[in-house]
Design a protein around this ligand. Structure first.
Ligand code: SF4
Ligand code: SF4
Length: 99
């Protein structure tokens, strides 16, 4: 089973913020701004805060995502490096549950 680590390196590689599923979410926009501000002062956000890296953390907390849009996980360096096989971790849960 694949287990993806929640850390700053993976957070910066994650493609979720560029994903059409999240693109029109006001909730995601607000959370991303908070995350960027924390990273600017070298403060790693708590795992539940960033609207991304769902393969490590599990399902999204924002409820305004567009799950009918395509998931871009296969374009992500984390997906490739950790040899993941699934997608839509924001909906289905983390990679340990869905590898
Ligand atoms: S595989 Fe998907 S959820 Fe995981 S870091 Fe990449 S884009 Fe984000
Ligand atoms: S897990 Fe996949 S579908 Fe969900 S936001 Fe990330 S890239 Fe998009």
């Amino acid at each position: 089973m694949a287990k993806v680590i929640y850390n700053e390196g993976n957070l910066k590689k994650c493609q979720c913020p560029k994903c059409p599923v999240e693109m029109r979410s006001a909730c995601v926009e607000d959370k991303l701004e908070e995350v960027e501000n924390k990273l600017l002062i070298n403060d790693l956000p708590l795992p539940e805060e960033p609207p991304e890296l769902y393969c490590a953390k599990g399902r999204a907390l924002c409820s305004d995502l567009s799950f009918q849009k395509p998931c871009v996980c296969p374009t992500c360096p984390v997906w490739q490096k950790d040899k993941l096989h699934s997608r839509y971790y924001c909906f289905n849960g983390n990679a340990e549950e869905n590898s």
